[in-house]
Write a protein that binds this ligand. Structure first.
Ligand code: AMP
Ligand code: TRP
Length: 335
């Protein structure tokens, strides 16, 4: 890790196979940043348990997600890729930042409101204070930039507020992080209900494209994607959310602008367009899937990556954590 480069931190929850939304909204951008920045990409398993998880599945999902990070193009020698639960600084700073986060702020978080509705039988304190832990994830490494999808913007604003509050009281401690939200792909929608974001936890299997979906599944899902009766390939989220979503997927993959796509498909039917989008997605995912299958077979290699990266992350985390502990008045460690 080079001294003069800025730091990037981001993470995903290991709550199931990742979706095309996760890929286009976050992971794809991550792979373009690895040369220019010092990057840490975390598997946020501590966040995942704010919703009840099956232990064996959580463990499997966490490892699969780590392998997907690498398969998608994150070089594990250039990026620090690790499990949140294995770097105890997250929990320790998380507690501290809980004491600098107001209930009024947490009450406003839309993800909390959404998840409380969805899991009405388990509205636990962790779900509520989730944003303070997320702030700790980011601030623990003096992060400059956080590449996320649009849905995480509110959490990031809160992170900035918490950091500034702390700095005002104790003097310059934390770097104030900026969000990095891609221009296209930041909000990929559900294929069946295109006014909702595409989510790992969707009940309808046709609603989401998973990174591990086979070509015929991908084609089938796009063919079934909900559109409209306008028979016009036009980016118009208000009136044509389904078609607009397909355009934004196609744009994120091909780097073509919405205008270019509208011109290219002017006068063509939705059926043709859906097949084109599906093909583009299939081609993009093919090399990722091949790499994923190969990496799954190499247990020793993956284990070694986990071991080395966890050590690096712990080392960095401890440095900032000690600084914070000192500032707030915790006694020094006597060696
Ligand atoms: P999560 O699946 O909630 O852990 O999200 C991991 C990352 O993917 C975050 O940066 C999200 O903002 C991003 N993300 C999740 N769903 C979508 C989506 N439908 N469109 C774009 N980005 C997304
Ligand atoms: N809250 C994020 C999500 O649901 C995941 C996350 C946890 C995260 N900690 C983070 C993302 C820190 C970026 C930086 O997608």
């Amino acid at each position: 890790m080079e001294q003069n480069k800025k730091t990037i931190f981001s993470g995903m929850q290991p709550t199931g196979a990742i979706t095309l939304g996760n890929y286009l909204g976050a992971l794809k951008n991550w792979t373009t940043l690895q040369e220019e920045y010092n990057c840490l990409y975390c598997i946020v398993d501590m966040h995942a348990i704010t919703v009840r998880q099956n232990p064996a599945e959580l463990r499997k999902n966490a490892r699969n997600l780590l392998i997907q990070y690498i398969a998608a193009g994150l070089d594990p020698t250039k990026n620090i890729i690790y499990y949140q639960s294995q770097v105890s600084g997250h929990a320790e700073l998380g507690w501290i930042l809980n004491c600098f986060t107001y209930m009024g702020e947490l009450n406003r978080m839309t993800q909390f409101k959404d998840k409380s509705k969805k899991h009405a039988d388990n509205i636990n304190a962790g779900l509520y204070t989730y944003p303070a832990l997320m702030a700790a994830d980011i601030l623990l490494f003096n992060t400059d930039l956080v590449p996320v999808g649009h849905d995480q913007k509110q959490h990031l604003e809160l992170t900035r507020d918490i950091a500034m509050r702390f700095n005002t009281i104790y003097g310059d401690t934390f770097t104030i992080p900026d969000p990095y939200i891609g221009k296209v792909g930041a909000k990929i929608m559900d294929l069946q209900e295109p006014t909702n974001k595409m989510s790992k936890s969707a009940e309808d299997k046709n609603a989401t494209i998973l990174l591990t979906d086979k070509p015929d599944e991908i084609l089938k899902k796009f063919k079934r994607a909900v559109t409209d009766n306008f028979a016009n390939i036009k980016y118009d989220v208000e009136n044509q959310p389904g078609i607009s979503n397909l355009i934004s997927i196609y744009s994120a993959i091909t780097n073509k602008t919405y205008d270019e796509i509208e011109n290219e498909f002017a006068g063509k039917g939705y059926g043709d367009f859906k097949v084109e989008v599906a093909q583009a997605v299939i081609e993009t995912l093919k090399p990722i899937q091949q790499k994923y299958d190969e990496l799954q077979k190499d247990k020793a290699y993956i284990d070694n990556i986990i071991k080395e990266n966890t050590e690096k992350a712990n080392y960095k985390a401890q440095k900032i954590l000690r600084k914070v502990q000192k500032k707030i008045g915790f006694p020094p460690i006597i060696r």
